[in-house]
Write a protein that binds this ligand. Sequence first.
Ligand SMILES: [Zn+2]
Length: 293
Amino acid sequence: MTEFTIRNHVLFVDGKQVAFRHSPNRSGTIVPDVLVLHDTAGRIEGKGESSIEWLCNPQARASAHLVMGREGDITQLVPFNVAAWHAGPSSFKGRNNVNAFSVGIEIVNPGSMTELAGRAKPWWDQTFDKAQYGIERRSTREHGDALWMPYTARQIEVSKLLCRALVRHYSIKDVTTHWAISPGRKVDTNPLFPLEDVRGYALGGGVPAPSAPASPPASKPAPAAPPAKTAAGKFGDVTADRLNFRRTANGEIIGSLPRGTRVEVNYFEREWINVTTPAGYSGFVHSNFVSII
Ligand SMILES: [Zn+2]
């Protein structure tokens, strides 16, 4: 049982305040309405102490509100009503300086790695056994081509519970990532992060969030979409529990979309639809499982 609550802009887990380390890298008061997920791109031991130390060092001129270790342990560095310096030059839906209206969450992960003698090498002097950590090679337009370490199941679970608690406490309208708000400059979170799962869980469940897919599980059958007809500008709701999200039509599965996710329909390719997810990913889903609206 893990239950997150917030009091006085400080995080509690199961009634107990999480570890708090003061970071001097902070500025004025904010009212957060977006959550930004990051990777530490640092060492993976413990609660992410090496990253915590750095984010509390004035020389870093960087910080985040929270750091989450591989076991899901959370350390808070900045209260949620104060700007942390996690985003840098950034833009979310036309609004610049995302630090001024967001909570930044750093998830411990080595970030982009290269191949070295059959092992995976991050930017610092260490290598990881690929099989032991389930490290995979992935290439995306947003991340480039690299080796990536999957997040632990506990990190995914805690991300969902934590984001949901923050969404409910503040007027959080969306959950995004550093790569989405600083495209071309940042690649975190990595391509293995199940962003749509976490986002759907955090925003779902009847939370009054305008940009959330508020539709109940659709029971109407998917329309027989004529493949030749363009549907650009339309939207669709996912009608399967976990709809495979693919890089190309019938191609590699790169994620899954929870039921009720509202996607933007870009175009049809035979029985497949190219869609853009609420977080900004583009890919293909099968038209049988999308109800066009
Ligand atoms: Zn980041």
